[in-house]
Design a protein around this ligand. Structure first.
Ligand SMILES: [Mn+2]
Length: 254
């Protein structure tokens, strides 16, 4: 029966020596949920870099794309929240496999529960430098200009940038810094002031986490960070009977 809602995030396909293996395992996991998935939420940065041009798309990732297309054809409702590495997907996944794209976090009612779902970058406005960068990257005019540059150049810039941003991230950023210092949690707690939210589900932090968060007005919500498919092979699943569970995929061939 199709009654489960799955969340997956941050596979960063295209980077690291094990990228082909990660993609293969991701496809195995997708195959394992295919029969009981009602909805699948991809929370962003599934690709380490992507830019959809008007007539061409980047090489690679065809197994994942094929599997997602199969699932869409099976009737699974697919949603993609743009990450900071793949915000230039534009309408590609929508036109190929009817995936609903989300530029920003969204509040959705599923099974009578209120879900706040998103990737998670730039939330809480803790870093003005990043806010500026995000505006530049998301500007339609800049995107149009970027698409006019030769592709060998733009892919060189983007993959170099991506490698640099990863190596400059200190290990401490893995640690949970507390409810008032995590941008995503700050954002969730602000939203909870406006209305009750049952579940906040995000990615971007690369650290699986499930904890109750409390807004200043006393409202509580379950915050789940789905982790990543880079180091953790973690995912989240919601069912009516068990609520929202954070899981790690155990597979034989690892
Ligand atoms: Mn991210």
């Amino acid at each position: 029966m199709r009654d489960k809602i799955y969340f997956i995030t941050d596979a960063h396909l295209g980077t690291g020596p094990d990228t082909a293996q990660r993609e293969h395992q991701l496809c195995q996991w997708l195959e394992s949920i295919r029969a009981d998935a009602r909805m699948l939420f991809l929370l962003g940065d599934m690709f380490d870099y992507w830019f959809t041009y008007r007539y061409v798309v980047p090489r690679g990732h065809i197994r994942l794309l094929g599997k997602l297309a199969e699932m869409a054809d099976d009737g699974v409702e697919l949603h993609y929240f743009l990450g900071n590495h793949d915000m230039w997907l534009f309408d590609y996944l929508t036109s190929e496999m009817s995936i609903t794209m989300h530029d920003d976090p969204a509040l959705m009612t599923i099974d009578g529960k209120r879900f706040l779902i998103g990737h998670g970058d730039g939330l809480g406005h803790l870093d003005p430098h990043y806010d500026r960068l995000r505006r530049i990257f998301r500007s339609r005019l800049n995107q149009r200009l970027f698409s006019c540059l030769p592709q060998w150049l733009t892919f060189g810039i983007a993959t170099g940038w991506s490698r640099k941003s990863r190596s400059s991230h200190p290990v401490e950023s893995e640690r949970y810094m507390g409810d008032s210092r995590e941008g995503i949690v700050l954002h969730c707690r602000q939203q909870m002031m406006n209305e009750p939210i049952d579940f906040c589900v995000f990615g971007h932090r690369h650290t699986p986490l499930s904890r109750i968060i409390t807004a200043d007005n006393g409202r509580q919500s379950l915050y789940v960070n789905v982790g990543d498919w880079l180091d953790h092979r973690s995912y989240a699943v919601y069912t009516h009977s068990d609520g929202l569970q954070l899981c790690e995929w155990a597979f034989q061939q690892r």
